[in-house]
Design a protein around this ligand. Sequence first.
Ligand code: 2AL
Length: 218
Amino acid sequence: MRIKLINPNTTQSMTDKIALAARAVAAQGTEILAVSPTGGPVSIEDHYDEAYAVPGLLGEVRIGETQACDAYVIACFGDPGLDAAREIARGPVLGIAEAAMHAASFVATGFSIVTTLTRTCVMARRLVDRYGFSTVCRGVHGTDLPVLALKDPASDAYALILAQCERALKQDGSGAIVLGCAGMADLCTRLSASLGVPVIDGVAAAVKFCEALVGLQL
Ligand code: 2AL
C-alpha cells in the first residue's frame, strides 16, 4: 500500500525526519511517499500559519489521487485541512493529533500533550474538545520551543521536552505523553525509555492506523 505523508510546512529537513519516523514503523510492503508543498509557511505555529498551509496541503492530496495513494497522513499537530482533505481523497486521511490522541486513549486512562510554543496550546486544546478527548486529556503543556528549533542542537530541545514531560506527568497525574509536533518524532523512543510511560508520536500512530484502515478496506 502507498501512504502519502504530507508535511504541510515547507521545511524539507523536517519532512525528511518525519519520513524516517514513518518508515521505521511501516509494515513491509507499505510505501511512504513523503512530501511538503512548494508554497506555504516554513513552520506552523499559529492560526495564520495553519490557514496558509491548507491550499498547498490540499494540492498534495489532489496530486495524491493521481498517484494511486491508498491513504494520507497530515503530519502537523494542528491537523490543518483535515475535513477538506477527506472530502477529496478516496482513502482514509488521518491527522497526527487525532491519531495520537486515539492511540494514547488505548494505553492510558489519561494523557498529557507536550508541545512547542505556549501559544499553540489553545489550538491543541480545541482539537482535544473537537475529537471528544476532554476527559482523557489531562493537560496541554508548551515548551516555548519554536518548531524549527527542534532540529537545532543548540536549542537543547530534548532536555527541555523531557523536563516538561516529567512536570506534566506529575502535575496531571496522567499515564502517557502525546508529542504535540511532528518535528518531535525522532525523540519519541528516547523519551519513552527515560520516562517509563508510553510516549506517542502521531506520525507513527497515524501510519499504523492507516495500514489498519486500508487493510480493513475502510
Ligand atoms: C507543528 C507541527 O507538527 N508542524 C508544524 O510546523 N507545527 N505543531 C506545533 N504544535 O507547532
